[in-house]
Design a protein around this ligand. Structure first.
Ligand code: 13P
Length: 255
């Protein structure tokens, strides 16, 4: 079965020293917790220091974005091989903030996702509808469009499926304090699982983890994680405080 996976997306927060304080607390407080995979996604500038601090821990390190090319004249970009070199084992691609603020199209996200896998990292592909799209009854259509373009090319081995994670993050729930209801989230996750089954077959789709993201907090994590197709969380704001993040990880433990 799928090991739940909880990732803290720190976005544009934390200096190197603040990052080290937080991961040292996480390392101590999560050491004894079994049955949940955990990773943090600090800003680029803190990746190397955080990865070093976590060397002897089970907590993984993720980039928040990368370019699809591995090297070249791409001022301001960071590639998946460079993330691996900095100590990352994961990279997030296609976050809604990237899609809306920085113009990442699904086609670009798909290229990034393939580059991440090719560099030997796991990839977290984010998808999700806006409030206007939900109100217009277009949620599934938007998820379908995003999935069609954003998923990586996969060789189809068992390891491949374990290295592909889809994060369903309804845009209207990100940073707003409004979480999708457990029913809304489960409905979207089941739809994503159906599409993954069509694309990769039942065994593949059964191994791919689907995280929920959008105002996940200690108070709502337990009920979200109890849904059959919710395999963990991509946590923004609540991942910046050790106590909140640890509580969310604990809520994701298999029952
Ligand atoms: P919040 O948890 O702050 O709503 O952010 C969710 C998110 O965007 C994680 O990637």
């Amino acid at each position: 079965m799928r090991t739940p996976f909880v990732v803290g997306n720190w976005k544009l927060h934390k200096t190197v020293s603040e990052a080290l304080t937080l991961v040292t607390e996480l390392k101590n407080q999560l050491a004894a917790i079994k049955g949940v995979a955990v990773a943090v996604a600090p800003p680029f500038t803190a990746l190397t220091s955080v990865a070093k601090r976590l060397e002897d821990s089970a907590i993984g390190v993720a980039g928040q974005n990368c370019h699809w090319e591995s090297k070249g004249a791409f001022t301001g970009e960071v590639s998946a091989p460079l993330l691996a070199d900095a100590g990352c084992t994961w990279c997030i691609v296609g976050h809604s903030e990237r899609r809306t603020l920085f113009g990442d199209s699904s086609a670009a996200v798909g290229k990034k996702a393939s580059a991440v896998l090719a560099a030997g990292l796991g990839v977290i592909v984010c998808i999700g509808e806006t409030e206007a799209e939900r109100d217009a009854g277009r949620t599934f259509a938007v998820l379908d469009e995003q999935l069609a373009g954003s998923l990586p090319a996969l060789a189809g081995s068992e390891q491949d499926f374990a290295r592909l994670v889809v994060a369903y993050e309804p845009v209207w729930a990100i940073g707003t304090g409004r979480t999708a209801s457990t029913a809304q989230a489960q409905e979207a996750h089941a739809h994503v699982r159906k599409r993954l089954t069509e694309r990769f077959g039942g065994a593949g789709a059964g191994a791919i983890r689907i995280q929920y993201g959008g105002s996940v907090k200690p108070s709502n994590a337990e009920s979200l994680m109890a849904e059959p197709d919710i395999d963990g969380a991509l946590v923004g704001g609540a991942s910046l405080e050790a106590a909140d993040f640890v509580a969310i990880v604990k809520a994701a433990r298999p029952k």
